[in-house]
Write a protein that binds this ligand. Structure first.
Ligand code: G
Ligand code: G
Ligand code: MN
Ligand code: NA
Length: 255
């Protein structure tokens, strides 16, 4: 696989870097978090989408060293931001199912948090439904331990695939991330979108979970989500993923 060869070179030559997409509290527009997003800029091909190369990382087992690097780099970045006076911001990091299933997941995370001085209460780990579908006992146990450590667990891409509501009953999840296909349905005037989104937000709230709406691109979407008391949002209409040095200036600035 040609891209796999390129990926090995990318790791050797430090072609991977991280961007951070701001998350805002929708009631007042305050910056309350950032989602860490892995980026690969190939010298010849240009930017390669994580949707393309993350499956490759998973197939080759490289997801483990790269995933550790992502978490360590993002946690170290948080320490740097704190020194620059940025406080009150949570850090979200994506974990693929493959990473989550690693037998030493907990030890690796604990070690990285210790090394970087990252506060557990400020870390949010995003997992996807495909992880929960398999339902091995280890998944449940790991979720419980991570939560016990004070880490927030978020379910990413909620509303895609075949979301089974029973997951919400069976797994300790703190945050639902409303997939951007739902937010996008509002924009395209799909008849059932408002009802669907309202229902998911009410469901989450009645279960004591917070909702982060993804993919907010327009004012109409923002206002609708605000009217439903959706807690947090992210999207190109609020702010695009940005390099780390751009983040401190966004604190305090309402979208
Ligand atoms: O950056 P973009 O929105 O194109 O991301 C595409 C997909 O890649 C998303 O599903 C996102 O969750 C995933 N992704 C981005 N960064 C990371 C990462 O650091 N680790 C993992 N496992 N997935 C990531
Ligand atoms: O699956 P996950 O939610 O982790 O994916 C995040 C991805 O979504 C990132 O790659 C990011 O670039 C992309 N993204 C974030 N906000 C928007 C948006 O408003 N519109 C679109 N089309 N993509 C977005
Ligand atoms: Mn995500
Ligand atoms: Na998503």
């Amino acid at each position: 696989h040609a891209l796999e060869v390129e990926l090995h070179r990318a790791l050797e030559q430090d072609q991977l870097h991280l961007c951070y997409q701001p998350q805002y509290r929708l009631s007042d527009g305050v910056l309350v978090g950032v989602e860490t997003l892995l980026r690969w800029r190939h010298p010849r091909l240009g930017p390669v989408s994580p949707a393309e190369f993350i499956p490759l990382l998973e197939d080759t087992g490289l997801i483990h060293p790269v995933g550790d690097w992502v978490l360590r780099t993002a946690c170290a970045q948080m320490a740097r931001w704190r020194q620059e006076g940025l406080t009150g911001v949570d850090l979200a990091v994506n974990l693929s199912p493959e990473q989550f299933r690693h037998p030493r997941l907990l030890a690796r995370i604990q070690q990285i948090l210790e090394e970087t001085g990252m506060a557990e209460e400020r870390l949010e780990l995003e997992v996807t439904e495909s992880l929960l579908i398999e339902n091995p006992p280890d998944v449940l146990r790991n979720l419980q331990v991570l939560r016990g450590m004070g880490i927030t667990m978020a379910l990413d891409d909620f509303g895609t695939g075949y979301s089974a509501l029973s997951y919400l009953q069976d797994f300790p999840i703190d945050v639902l991330k409303l997939d951007r296909s739902l937010t996008d349905g509002l924009e395209r005037n799909l008849a059932r979108s408002p009802g669907l989104i309202r229902g998911v937000i009410e469901l989450a709230q009645s279960l004591g979970m917070a909702v982060v709406a993804e993919g907010i691109e327009s004012n109409a979407q923002l206002q609708f989500l605000q009217s439903l008391a959706c807690e947090r949002g992210q999207g190109f209409g609020l702010e695009r993923p940005r390099p780390p040095e751009a983040i401190p200036a966004l604190a305090g600035a309402a979208p």
